[in-house]
Design a protein around this ligand. Structure first.
Ligand SMILES: Nc1ncnc2c1ncn2[C@@H]1O[C@H](COP(=O)(O)OP(=O)(O)OP(=O)(O)O)[C@@H](O)[C@H]1O
Length: 876
């Protein structure tokens, strides 16, 4: 052992000894420079010293270090400078002045620079090669070092081809020795790296990757009953230990929680904060100043915990990291080893915990699978296959009860270590079994997971293909990163769309002629339009109806109308809903975009309603109405008609066509002037087919007088301000399936009868409707839309007529009994989505009435009646 090295170790680095004999040997070989060196040592083993020490010991010359990430480079430079090694870098983020300064020094006859950090992309530039040639001519190009050498294989093939070109520098400067160092290379990888870098006469040093000071365990997030953050906080408190706060901030223990998505970083940090754990979120989406604040805050002990994407990783060398938690599984075992390897770098005990999540597992698998599906070239296919296999290994490790260290060491082809006390599986296998059992049960009960946009945006921390090192926004060559991000984003989005289209449309669906059938009670415009073949009319109808309901809620909330004050305004709102749906259907390119847009509409609408604001589309149309009125004052606008009606003697404006809202459905006989004002009350919470619809009974609706007390003479556009009785009016009036004809309701009944003319399409109404429709409407569509609602089948009319004469109490009880039976027998149809909620209610109502009028409650007959109704959809 050269005395010189030992001397420098003490004087420059302040270390009494080498960490291990392998470290000493590696440093010596690199210093001697007689052959190339390959070093594989665990994370935190002190690999940097293996080349920093020779560099510090050199009497002259420059050591060029290739490193993958600028952040890593920064940390290394600070670290090396702390040992008084003259360290510089040339990279794309430097100012021209700095670059000139460094270049000037390197091109001089006796450069001061000892250690020069560059990216593989920099090495490939002519500018750098010129410097290297100049140094070489003076015999001052001492050695090339490739740090984190596993990146050569991981990234060289795809996004950073310059890694693969490093071998050229070897060819150009054949006499300059090379060294490659890594913590995560299996024996097979070792060969690959040596090959790619064209290393010769290689001296190999390999020590086991077993980190005996790290304790690994795995918990399953979905089995923590919503207490996962409290669980994490508990783990952090345990890992930091008692008396943690008594230490000086910079010497205190700390930890990292690795998250897959940027949103997760914020969620975890804020939840921990709430639980009293000082924490900050870190990811590439933050502004540089914010990132620095969080990183420094963590380094200096302000935050005990940093919730970060994997962009916070490789360069982090903080001795007092007492824990690393994974909030999501890593994409490979190597990545997991690297990331968890940030813990316990001072050699003291540290904890590594995985909070495994089914949701993340599924989304990662799905995205890898998609990448695989879209791969066209053989090479890409192979890579995708490898990615899939690597993730499968992660899944196997976390979904099994076997020694965690054993799995990791096997991954690198190392000797199986004697773990005994360093993982959950070795210390408490029964507990692991228990947790796994719960997890498996959970897995069986959770069959699907909806992917959010964030899943696509943030695969592996937003970096895409970032791999172990995490490239979440790191600068390792701007052009490369830009290219990588653009390409990945474009391709991934395309594939996602294709995949979803394939899944949604299924075989034959797009061309299914039924999908263009005109829905009963058609709420859509241009039902024959085939703008997006895979979106059926049923789907369109469902969206349009939902939109109607929400628009009406918005309108009535804003204008202070009660929810069942319908007709003109209701028609107007429905019209807007249909227009919006059609616009979306015609302008969006495909199923996904259509649905996304509809969801967006619903969201915006909801927020507007919550804020008490009129939805912008309604506002637009109102403005158009104002404009039209200004241009042509003699014409009555829809709002004029509304005003007229409010001041008319017959203000009650109940209309069967408007009975699409979910809170109440008016049962109305469609034969002339037979309005009975009966309501079918849907089951509370009947929003999804999962809820069982059932009817309630209570007194019939009492109708409020018109709310607005506008000046009689006013015929201008009504005020669109929320009424003071907003809260009240927001509450849906309770309506009942079976109207009671108790004496106290006589008044109401009378009112209803008085209002009969307005339930038909009276002259005012027709004008208003024409007015609304003048902007659009082709005749064909208009006719199509009217078709199903026009006239009820004769049988229904008869039933209704009979129904009218039933004594109230008997009617009520019999109908109740009938409805129970029909409900029960019809419900499976609804649950399995074969009929809509409207259809369910309608069939239920009519069959019940038919049974009562026939006096037959026999289930067979009911079934037959239901079948008949289903076949004919006669009662809608
Ligand atoms: N001989 C030594 N004596 C004491 N401390 C040492 C010695 N060698 C290295 N260290 C310290 O060990 C820590 C880890 O070293 P280093 O960052 O080089 O690890 P590494 O092997 O590169 O890890 P990783 O692969 O995870 O980046 C550093 O803080 C370093 O100062």
């Amino acid at each position: 052992m050269s005395e010189k090295l030992r001397d420098v170790l003490k004087k420059s680095f302040g270390y009494e000894n080498f960490r291990c004999d392998e470290q000493r040997k590696a440093a010596q070989e690199i210093y001697d420079g007689k052959r190339d060196v390959f070093v594989s040592m665990p994370t935190g083993a002190g690999k940097s010293l293996c080349f920093q020490l020779p560099c510090a010991a050199d009497s002259a010359g420059v050591t060029v270090v290739v490193t993958p990430l600028l952040a890593l480079m920064e940390n290394q430079i600070i670290h090396a400078r702390s040992f008084k090694i003259v360290t510089e870098t040339i990279n794309s983020t430097m100012s021209a002045v700095d670059k000139r300064r460094v270049r000037g020094d390197l091109m001089s006859m006796s450069p001061k620079t000892q250690l020069l950090y560059v990216t593989p992309e920099q090495i490939a530039t002519e500018g750098f090669l010129e410097i290297a040639r100049a140094l070489d001519r003076l015999k001052l190009l001492k050695r090339f070092v490739v740090d984190e050498a596993h990146c050569v294989l991981e990234w060289g093939h795809d996004f950073r081809p310059d890694y693969m070109k490093l071998g050229r520098a070897r060819t150009e400067f054949p006499q300059v020795p090379w060294a490659a160092l890594t913590a995560t290379a299996s024996k097979k990888d070792e060969e690959g790296i040596i090959d790619a870098l064209k290393l010769r006469n290689v001296f190999k040093i390999r020590t086991s990757s077993f980190r005996k000071n790290l304790f690994y365990d795995v918990y399953y997030r979905e089995t923590l009953h919503g207490e996962e953050f409290a669980h994490l906080a508990g783990f952090i408190s345990d890992a930091l230990g008692k008396g943690w706060e008594d230490e000086k901030p910079e010497k205190r223990g700390c930890g990292i929680v690795y998250c897959r998505t940027r949103q997760d970083c914020h969620d975890v940090a804020s939840e921990l904060q709430k639980l009293g754990v000082t924490s900050g979120a870190y990811h590439a989406g933050l502004r540089p100043a914010e990132r620095t604040e969080v990183q420094e805050g963590w380094m200096k002990g302000k935050y005990s915990t940093i919730a970060a994407t994997i962009s916070f990783g490789m360069g982090i060398d903080k001795a007092t990291v007492r824990f690393v938690a994974h909030w999501s599984p890593s994409k490979s075992l190597k990545s997991f080893y690297q990331e968890s390897g940030r813990a316990g770098r001072d050699g003291k005990p540290a904890r590594c915990r995985v909070y495994y999540s089914l949701k993340d597992k599924r989304s990662i698998s799905f995205l890898i699978q998609m990448e695989a599906n879209k791969s066209k070239s053989e090479r890409k296919k192979k890579h995708s296959e490898i990615a899939m296999k690597e993730f499968d290994s992660v899944v196997s490790m976390f979904e099994a009860n076997s020694c965690r260290h054993k799995v990791l060491c096997s991954e690198f082809g190392d000797k199986i270590p004697e773990c005994k006390t360093q993982c959950d599986s070795c210390t408490n296998p029964k507990d692991v079994d228990k947790r796994l059992g719960l997890f498996r049960a959970q897995q069986l009960s959770t069959t699907s997971y909806k992917f959010s946009q964030e899943d696509y945006d943030d695969l592996y921390g937003g970096g895409r293909k970032g791999g172990a090192g995490g490239v979440d926004g790191e600068e390792y060559g701007k052009s490369v990163r830009d290219k990588m991000e653009k390409e990945a984003k474009k391709e991934l989005e395309k594939t996602i769309q294709q995949q979803f289209q394939l899944r949604k449309s299924g075989p034959g669906r797009a061309s299914d002629p039924k999908s263009r059938e005109i829905p009963i009670d058609c709420a859509i415009h241009e039902p024959k339009c085939n703008a997006i073949p895979e979106v059926s009319n049923q789907t369109r109808q469902a969206y349009a109806l939902k939109l109607r309901k929400e628009l009406w809620e918005n309108y009535s909330t804003h204008s202070g109308r009660c929810l069942n004050a319908v007709s003109m305004e209701r028609k107007f709102v429905n019209e807007v809903a249909s227009e919006l749906e059609l616009e979306t259907f015609k302008t969006k390119k495909n199923n996904i975009m259509y649905k996304r847009e509809m969801v967006k509409l619903h969201k915006n609408l909801k927020s507007a309603t919550q804020a008490g604001e009129l939805f912008e589309e309604l506002e637009k149309r109102r403005a158009a109405d104002v404009r039209m009125k200004k241009e042509n004052p003699s014409k009555k606008s829809i709002f004029d008609h509304i005003q007229d009606m409010k001041h008319s003697k017959n203000p009650i404006v109940i209309d069967s066509a408007s009975s699409d809202d979910d809170d109440q459905v008016l049962i109305i006989d469609n034969d002339d002037n037979q309005s009975q004002g009966k309501f079918l009350s849907p089951a509370p919470g009947l929003d999804s087919p999962k809820d069982h619809p059932h009817q309630n009974e209570s007194p019939p609706p009492t109708r409020s007088p018109p709310r607005d007390s506008d000046d009689e003479k006013t015929i201008s556009i009504p005020e669109w301000k929320p009424s003071p009785t907003l809260q009240e009016s927001k509450k849906p009036k309770v309506k009942y399936f079976f109207e009671s004809t108790k004496p106290e309701n006589e008044g109401t009944k009378k009112e209803v009868e008085e209002s009969k003319p307005t339930t038909r399409l009276g002259s005012g109404f027709v004008t208003g409707l024409q007015l609304m429709k003048q902007k659009e409407r082709d005749d064909e569509v208009s006719n199509e839309r009217k078709l199903p609602t026009k006239r009820p089948p004769p049988e229904q009319a008869t039933v209704s007529a009979k129904r009218k004469h039933l004594p109230a109490e008997a009617d009520k009880k019999k109908l109740q009994k009938a409805a129970e039976i029909v409900n029960r027998l019809l419900y499976p149809e609804y649950k399995s989505n074969r009929i809509s909620k409207e259809e369910f209610k309608s069939i239920c109502r009519d069959v019940s009435h038919r049974m009562v009028s026939k006096g037959n409650f026999d289930e067979k007959t009911v079934k037959a009646e239901i079948r008949k109704s289903l076949l004919n959809r006669e009662c809608i």
